[in-house]
Design a protein around this ligand. Structure first.
Ligand SMILES: Nc1ncnc2c1ncn2[C@@H]1O[C@H](COP(=O)(O)OP(=O)(O)OP(=O)(O)O)[C@@H](O)[C@H]1O
Ligand SMILES: CC(=O)N[C@H]1[C@@H]2OC[C@@H](O2)[C@@H](O)[C@@H]1O[C@H](C)C(=O)O
Length: 371
């Protein structure tokens, strides 16, 4: 039986703390019928500074309520431009993530957003997975299965295993078999957080140059990576952990310290190559290497990062646009697609993606007027 399609708006504000992405998607929570328009709202300097100051805080932290209110207001302003969306998927701002300890914290009250928008909002996507013993992240992998299935149907990809690599503040990778009948089917998706991606590089650029990022990878392209520092970085326990696994944004404090003595360009090149080396270390743990790695997220705009991946991965590396997808909006689309899955009672994660013991139906639905 064919399920009705829902037009959902997915919204994501990632670990880079640069702003909020929003994108429309039409789906039954399994297949993608259509992608829609999208928008981005950058955080102001003050907003970004506020959120940076709140990083690491839990629900009872001194700035958590203010960060949550900021997040709700920013998302509401963006969602107002999408009156056609029947349902909203709201990720919230991750401030802390420690699935084996205190849990995971995405600031922002979805019930407040639902009241403000007068539309149902699906939110708190990660807690249930953590409660059931999973990592709570990454959650885009089931959507990567849907993207692969869509791209195969459109003739953009062969029906063969492929990997999606997201390079945000943190990196995550999904190995997908588009022949699998559903994302929760055993063997359909294997996913994990690769390591730091852009966050340490952004922090370096902010500290040394007063800039938000290494535009295009121009600075890193002028430097030489310190291979000794990269080899030490790869001794971090994360890289020996079995898949799947997730990370907090600031899980690698020693990495920044290891480039402190280097000139700016060499420091940028080292952090860029460290991100790529982390991906290579993760790929080596997969039972079957993909022959193509499709890159999404802001890091694919960094030429030095793409060159480093090309040099270090045993696979062909290409932006996800090669498969007809929008690499800047994939995560926002993911949370629209996941919102529809929550509405339909379908699983949002499972053993292959978060290490949960079985399929997990995560997410909470808040209806306007009902809380
Ligand atoms: N033109 C560019 N040149 C260099 N780097 C870029 C460019 N555009 C984006 N980036 C990098 O990508 C980052 C944003 O990526 P993205 O929006 O995918 O991350 P995010 O959604 O915040 O994070 P996450 O995937 O961790 O949740 C920027 O902070 C910057 O480091
Ligand atoms: C806890 C958390 O917010 N994790 C983010 C972060 O940013 C990238 C990586 O680390 C990934 O695990 C996740 O985001 C994406 C959207 C995910 O869940 O797939």
């Amino acid at each position: 039986m064919t399920q009705a399609m829902t037009r959902a708006l997915g919204m994501m504000s990632g670990t880079s703390l640069d702003g909020v992405d929003a994108a429309l998607i039409e789906t039954d929570g399994v297949r993608i019928a259509d992608f829609g328009r999208s928008a981005y709202r950058a955080y102001s300097g003050n907003e970004s500074a506020m959120l940076h100051g709140a990083l690491g805080q839990w629900q009872d932290g001194p700035d958590a309520a203010e960060a949550g209110a900021l997040s709700v207001a920013a998302h509401a302003a963006l969602a107002d431009g999408f009156p056609e969306a029947e349902l909203v998927g709201y990720h919230g701002q991750t401030l802390a993530h420690d699935p084996g300890g205190r849990g995971t914290h995405q600031a922002g009250d979805g019930a407040a957003l639902a009241r403000r928008l007068g539309r149902p909002v699906v939110w708190d996507f990660r807690s249930e997975d953590v409660r059931q013993g999973g990592e709570g992240a990454p959650l885009a992998p089931f959507f990567h299965w849907a993207c692969a299935e869509w791209a195969v149907a459109q003739g953009h990809l062969p029906r063969a295993p492929v990997a999606f690599l997201n390079l945000g503040g943190v990196g995550n990778l999904t190995w997908v078999d588009p022949s699998a009948p559903a994302p929760e089917a055993p063997g359909a998706c294997i996913a994990f957080d690769t390591g730091p991606a852009n966050a340490p590089l952004n922090d370096l650029m902010r500290a040394r140059r007063g800039q938000a990022r290494d535009e295009g990878g121009a600075l890193a392209a002028l430097g030489q990576p310190d291979e000794g520092a990269i080899a030490r970085f790869l001794t971090h326990p994360h890289f020996a952990r079995p898949l799947p696994k997730s990370l907090d944004r600031d899980a690698f404090p020693d990495l920044a310290a290891s480039v402190a003595h280097l000139p700016d360009a060499d420091a940028a090149a080292t952090l860029t190559h460290a991100a790529a080396a982390a991906v290579a270390a993760g790929l080596a743990l997969l039972p079957q290497a993909p022959d193509r790695v499709l890159v999404c997220g802001g890091g694919r705009h960094n030429g030095a990062m793409m060159a480093a991946l090309d040099a270090r991965l045993p696979a062909r590396v290409a932006p996800v646009e090669e498969a007809g997808l929008d690499g800047d909006m994939l995560e926002a689309q993911a949370f629209g697609w996941l919102a529809v899955r929550v509405l339909r009672g379908l699983p949002t994660s499972g053993p292959g993606t978060t290490g949960a013991p079985g399929p997990v139906c995560g997410g909470r639905i808040s209806h306007p007027g009902r809380g």
